[in-house]
Design a protein around this ligand. Structure first.
Ligand SMILES: Nc1ncnc2c1ncn2[C@@H]1O[C@H](COP(=O)(O)OP(=O)(O)O)[C@@H](O)[C@H]1O
Ligand SMILES: [Mg+2]
Length: 392
């Protein structure tokens, strides 16, 4: 279950007559531009390594020409690598004989492209069943399966229509249905939604996310759109000039962009809505003390020592029990105040509301209730100015 679906190791592709020479130059520190200027060869993909886990949507994101399509063609072996290897289910794709490769692509890797290439003279149902037809599935069986996926993508009522009778967005759903009908263990989607207008695109993203909740497929999704990548990606790999410059969850990439290239994708996008309490909490801002019954005045004083206004009180299992304030310091029996915890995964907007309404910093806890950090108004303000910029 937890073994990776796809492993890519040191993958390189040079388009040209002397890839070895280009690879040597790259190994010596030359850039894609250097290689082109000196040898006329084009570096498509350079030294890319990553793993795609079973059941995740892994998004390849980058500007046009950064190597996304070449990379997925290397993975399904429509393009031969100049160096490196690809393992699918632990099997080296290079070792798969030609004859088997076609079957592998058909059965285990379904592709959805931007241009969906529906056959105009065939019905929606027949188009959706096409992958199965090629695979030799009987008519009755393939139409049954195609109908099921047409239902899933909301096109069942249009099964007997011709593609031309459908809108562009609906046609793209037929393309998706065709890929899904084969029930591939790996779906590869190259800019599958990029040609659609923003509303239709969002609708397709929702169709995909809904399907994904029901049946967790492994999906390799290519996009040049960061918002799309963040909406649907379990993890994102960002490509620049043939290389992968960063791999991470949307939150990891937003909170810690690797460089200016990555940061530039965020311009004009309100990234804050992808953040959660866990992304903005601090782990050492509020001093902690052990719970006792009653609270021990001298340990309250010792914990609040210095300038802390609040201390959090945890039990032996690090569960949050309450907080004490500086005002309680003089008291012989300091009072334990109660406050509701915030879950680490709470979205930023809910965090903001809670923090603004509270005088004290708020405790952040894991799903099992154990304490992991605190958020206060300053943390919220910082993250809003950093991520919303001019949107505030
Ligand atoms: N068949 C090919 N022959 C020569 N150069 C190619 C070929 N395919 C892609 N390239 C080059 O490889 C680089 C990466 O292209 P591509 O993988 O299509 O990028 P993306 O999908 O990110 O837009 C580009 O510089 C492109 O011009
Ligand atoms: Mg492309």
């Amino acid at each position: 279950m937890n073994s990776p679906k796809v492993v890519v190791e040191g993958l390189c592709k040079v388009f040209g007559t002397n890839p070895k020479q280009a690879l040597n130059m790259l190994a010596g520190g030359a850039t894609k531009e250097d290689v082109f200027a000196q040898t006329g060869q084009i570096v498509g993909v350079h030294n890319v390594s990553f793993e795609v886990k079973e059941g995740e949507i892994f998004v390849l994101m980058g500007l046009s020409g950064s190597g996304k399509s070449t990379l997925i063609r290397l993975i399904n072996r429509l393009v031969e690598p100049s160096a490196g290897k690809v393992l699918i289910d632990g099997r080296d794709v290079a070792a798969v004989p030609r004859a088997e490769l076609t079957a592998l692509r058909r059965k285990d890797m379904s592709m959805v492209f931007q241009s969906f290439a529906l056959m105009p003279q065939r019905t929606v149902l027949s188009n959706a069943a096409f992958g199965l037809e090629v695979a030799g599935v009987s008519r009755k069986e393939r139409e049954r399966r195609a109908m099921t996926v047409l239902e899933q993508v909301g096109l069942a009522p249009f099964a007997e229509k011709l593609p031309a009778q459908l809108s562009g967005g609906m046609q793209q759903r037929v393309g998706l249905a065709r890929a899904l009908a084969v029930n591939p263990s790996l779906m590869i989607m190259d800019e599958a939604f990029s040609a659609l207008d923003p509303l239709k695109r969002k609708e397709m993203q929702n169709v995909l996310l809904d399907l994904q909740r029901e049946q967790q497929r492994t999906i390799l999704f290519v996009s040049h759109d960061l918002e799309e990548a963040m909406r649907i990606g379990t993890r994102i790999a960002i490509m620049e000039g043939g290389k992968v410059v960063q791999v991470g969850t949307p939150q990891q990439i937003i909170t810690n962009p690797a460089d200016d290239y990555v940061r530039a994708f965020f311009e004009g996008i309100d990234t804050s809505r992808y953040l959660t309490a866990g992304d903005l909490m601090q782990t050492d801002a509020v001093p902690l003390m052990q719970h006792s019954q009653p609270l021990d005045a001298s340990s309250v004083a010792a914990t609040l020592n210095g300038s802390a206004d609040y201390a959090f009180v945890l039990d032996g299992e690090r569960r949050f029990r309450g907080f004490v304030c500086r005002d309680a310091m003089g008291s012989a029996s300091p009072q334990l105040n109660h406050i509701e915890c915030i879950r680490r995964t709470t979205p930023l907007d809910d965090v903001v509301e809670r923090v603004v309404a509270s005088r004290a910093p708020l405790p952040v806890v894991e799903a099992d209730g154990s304490y992991c950090g605190s958020v206060n108004k300053t943390n919220v303000l910082n993250v809003l100015t950093r991520h919303r910029g001019s949107h505030v």
